[in-house]
Design a protein around this ligand. Structure first.
Ligand code: RTP
Ligand code: MG
Length: 141
């Protein structure tokens, strides 16, 4: 497996629940390193740009509304097979379908307020990292 980087976003519901540390702990136990991080209250423009691929989907407005409802914690994770590893830690989009022990099973309330975002491919990870971080903000070690 190759060393990869991916974006993780702890969404407003999980930030409000005060479980940033609990979620970081899962990354660390899975061998993923945080190499950049920032907390941010996204503007509507930032959220719309980030989720531009979902522009035509019926849930787009609700998604943007939710993602701008409070601060989010954005991090770049690095590790072997980081993209898939993070998706496995997250669990299914709808927490009702998420496997026990996954972040969404443990912390998410609904398909809208589902605790975390994770890049879904290596290609999208690179785009999403560049959306939120400059290269000088990445601290590999
Ligand atoms: P994410 O992008 O946030 O990591 O989640 P995901 O890949 O598991 O799901 P995706 O299909 O990319 O959808 C992005 C977010 O939109 C909301 N959603 N709502 N009501 C619905 O049918 C629906 N489908 C998706 C979810 O909050 C999802 O995380
Ligand atoms: Mg997605």
């Amino acid at each position: 497996m190759a060393l990869e980087r991916t974006i993780s976003i702890i969404k407003p519901d999980a930030v409000a629940k005060n479980v940033i540390g609990e979620i970081y702990s899962r990354f660390e136990k899975a061998g993923l390193k945080v190499v950049a991080a920032k907390m941010k209250h996204l503007s509507r423009k930032e959220a719309e740009g980030f989720y531009a691929v979902h522009r035509e989907r019926p849930f787009f407005n609700a998604l943007v509304e939710f993602m701008t409802s409070g601060p989010v914690m954005i991090q770049v994770l690095e590790g072997e097979g980081a993209v898939l590893k993070n998706r496995e830690l997250m669990g299914a989009t709808n927490p009702k379908d998420a496997a026990p022990g996954t972040i969404r099973a443990d912390f998410a309330e609904s398909i809208d307020a589902n605790a975390v975002h994770g890049s879904d491919s290596l290609e999208n990870a690179a785009i999403e990292i560049a959306y939120f971080f400059s290269t000088t903000e990445l601290c590999p070690r």
